[in-house]
Design a protein around this ligand. Structure first.
Ligand code: SF4
Ligand code: SF4
Length: 337
């Protein structure tokens, strides 16, 4: 029965869909849950993931630091030996010293902060989070050197030429980089996607166009050529997919390798698409076959994406290398497969 989920490597957890920022192209905050699970419910959910062999948990949102119980959740993940990272816009961690110290006392396995540029020039919140994210990562170098630190970058039409220098900057400071394509959708599709927001006049300049294919391929090739000198969380093979899927965003998942969980416990096929039946994480031991079937139906109808973590977890799944995937996501192996 559990074989249905034998490729399950990682889970993205929406601890909350509330956020203290409003970034361009984000639809997460427009799908609020009527209910957010409490500490004990999340602890039970993590125990189920452990039982099913999940190797890495992404504590995600919304903004996960809006939850007062994040330190307790981190402590439990450490207790069950589950590598994890907190993906944060860094605002509260930089501004609220008491909360920052509570988080560090809990000893999170990793902290990932969004940094899309090192030289923010606009007043948009995604530039603000680049500024505080950068500050947080440098602060962690001093305050918590053993933490697995990651700079999380959205690849956009505006920053793609800068990415080699940004990744090099963080690699020189022993900070990992994760790169993922910026996603937006036509306005008429915004009721369909739970992560990517509608394209509009504020975010159009970030979205790639057909004619950018050569530029995307050239930057990808630079990362492939310099891969061994950099601290890249993405596997080398990911960069080979950039020109193909990065612009058209029509890659298709096939395996239950990295599902997501909403604040109320309901399951999603990925961060962008919910299951069509309201199964929750607590249904997994009871209805594995039905949940797997519903997942297959949902992904069969999906027009596609280019989410880095989905492409990578599916690659490991299709190569029967789920264990290697788990080690790579927690930076516990020597490199790419
Ligand atoms: S992208 Fe992240 S930080 Fe920005 S509004 Fe969305 S959830 Fe908040
Ligand atoms: S193709 Fe799969 S991973 Fe991508 S958006 Fe659709 S359901 Fe999600």
């Amino acid at each position: 029965m559990y074989d249905l989920f034998k490729h399950w490597q990682k889970t993205c957890i929406f601890l909350t869909r509330k956020c203290n920022l409003r970034c361009r192209g984000c639809n997460v905050i427009n799908y609020q849950s009527a209910y957010e699970m409490d500490t004990q419910e999340w602890i039970s959910a993590f125990d189920i993931m452990k039982e099913f062999g999940v190797g890495f948990v992404v504590l995600f949102g919304g903004e996960p630091t809006l939850r007062e119980d994040l330190p307790e959740l981190v402590k439990h993940l450490n207790y069950i030996n589950m590598p994890h990272t907190i993906i944060t816009n860094a605002v509260r961690l930089v501004k609220d010293r008491t909360y920052y110290e509570r988080i560090l006392d809990a000893k999170p396995y990793g902290i990932s902060a969004s940094v899309n540029t090192l030289t923010p020039t606009t007043k948009f919140h995604d530039d603000l989070k680049s500024d505080v994210g950068h500050k947080l990562l440098l602060k962690l170098l001093e305050d918590y050197p053993e933490c697995d630190k990651v700079a999380n970058m959205a690849i956009t039409r505006e920053n793609i030429r800068l990415l080699p220098d940004i990744v090099k900057y963080f690699s020189d400071r022993k900070i990992w980089s994760i790169l993922s394509f910026f996603h937006v959708c036509p306005p008429e599709e915004s009721m369909y996607w739970w992560y990517r927001g509608p394209i509009d006049d504020n975010n159009r300049s970030l979205d790639f166009r057909e004619e950018d294919e050569w530029m995307v391929a050239a930057v990808a090739q630079w990362f492939i050529d310099n891969y061994d000198k950099l601290m890249l969380h993405n596997g080398k093979a990911y960069f080979e997919s950039w020109a193909k899927w990065g612009i058209h965003q029509d890659w298709h998942c096939s395996e239950w390798a990295c599902p997501a969980v909403n604040p109320d416990g309901s399951l999603m096929a990925c961060i962008d698409r919910p299951l069509s039946h309201p199964y929750s994480i607590f249904d997994i031991p009871l209805y594995p076959r039905e949940i797997h079937q519903n997942f297959k139906e949902v992904i069969a109808r999906c027009p596609g994406c280019a989410w880095d973590h989905m492409i990578e977890t599916n690659k490991y799944a299709l190569e029967n290398q789920a264990e290697l995937g788990k080690k790579n996501f927690s930076h516990q192996s020597d490199g790419d497969s």
